[in-house]
Each structure stands twice: as structure tokens, then as C-alpha cells.
Ligand binder design. Structure first.
Ligand SMILES: [Fe+2]
Ligand SMILES: [Fe+2]
Length: 178
């Protein structure tokens, strides 16, 4: 019989199947939110910050596609759902980066919940797959927290932050040309 989009695989537990599908939307939402933050910086004439957040947006899309690939590898059909609205209006650079930090903290708790579900259901395959995201969240929360601190220290001198972000991109060449 042909598989429908709703068939969980033979090896994924239904709770994990639902959670993994939901995380595709969560990562795509994070991606779109980063594009909105990048646009804010573009409109403020701050291209290095805009470039940084557009690269983050690309990374989040890559994360969503890792979930898609994992579902396929586990023999399940991914379910694509609509992405909730993102925030487009920001009062200041620190408001925009605060929004990014809150987004990363939210994704961290979503990943933790998913790890908890995998653990409760004895789905060690999904549990192992999620470890990469656990480590990634630590790095992403740390990076955006540092950027927020730097913006607060810089006050109105955002050109100093632009220099900092350019140096950061140069130190990570694989991300700099995205
Ligand atoms: Fe992500
Ligand atoms: Fe992220």
C-alpha cells in the first residue's frame, strides 16, 4: 500500500514523528525571523549585521532540512505545515538582537522537549540524532548573547559592531560567503 504523509515509520514512535515534523516548522520559523531581523539591519544601513543574520537564516533552513532528511532516512514522510508570523518591527538594534536571543532560547527548549519525548518513548535513534542540535543550540545561544552584550556596550556606535561582525565572518570563512 502506498504510504500517506501521515504514516509514521515502522521505527519512529508517533510522539517523535509529530515532534520531528513540528521542528521542521520551528526551524523554518527561526529562518524567516532571521531574514526579518536582517532586513531591519539592511534598512538601517548596517550591511555586516544584515549579512550575519541572513547567514543565520540560511543555517536555520539547513536545520529544517536535516529534520526532513532524518524523517526520510527513518522511513517516514515529512509533513510540511504553515509557518507562523514573525516579528518585523524593531525599536533598535538591541531590540532586534534580543528577539534573536529569545528565538534561540525558544528553539533550545523545543529541542529539549523533543529529547525528552524520545527518551520517554525509548526512541534512542531519534535521541542520538538530536544530540547534534543540543550542541548546536549551546553555540547559537552563546553567539547571540555575546552579540547582544557587544551591541549594548557599543551604545549608539553601531559601526564598531559592524567591524566586529566582519571580523567574526572572516574568522569563519565557510559561513562568510553565504
Ligand atoms: Fe536551528
Ligand atoms: Fe538557531
Amino acid at each position: 500500500m502506498a504510504k500517506t504523509a501521515h504514516d509514521p515509520s515502522m521505527i519512529l514512535k508517533p510522539g517523535c514523528y509529530d515532534g520531528l515534523n513540528q521542528q521542521i516548522v520551528n526551524e523554518m520559523h527561526a529562518s524567516l525571523q532571521y531574514n526579518a531581523i536582517a532586513s531591519y539591519f539592511d534598512s538601517e544601513g548596517l550591511p555586516a549585521l544584515a549579512g550575519h543574520f541572513n547567514r543565520q537564516a540560511d543555517e536555520e533552513r539547513t536545520h529544517a532540512l536535516k529534520f526532513v532528511k532524518y524523517l526520510h532516512d527513518a522511513g517516514a514522510r515529512p509533513l510540511f505545515k504553515s509557518i507562523p508570523d514573525v516579528r518585523n518591527d524593531f525599536k533598535s538594534a538591541s531590540d532586534a538582537v534580543q528577539c534573536a536571543l529569545e528565538g534561540e532560547l525558544k528553539v533550545t527548549s523545543q529541542i529539549n522537549d523533543l529529547v525528552g519525548t524520545a527518551s520517554k518513548q525509548n526512541d534512542y535513534m531519534t535521541h542520538t540524532f538530536l544530540q547534534w542540535f543540543v550542541t548546536e543550540q549551546l553555540e547559537e545561544v552563546s553567539t547571540v548573547s555575546t552579540l547582544l552584550q557587544i551591541i549594548k556596550h557599543a551604545g549608539p556606535s553601531l559601526l564598531l559592531v559592524e567591524d566586529h561582525v566582519r571580523r567574526m565572518a572572516a574568522a569563519a570563512p565557510e559561513e562568510a560567503d553565504a
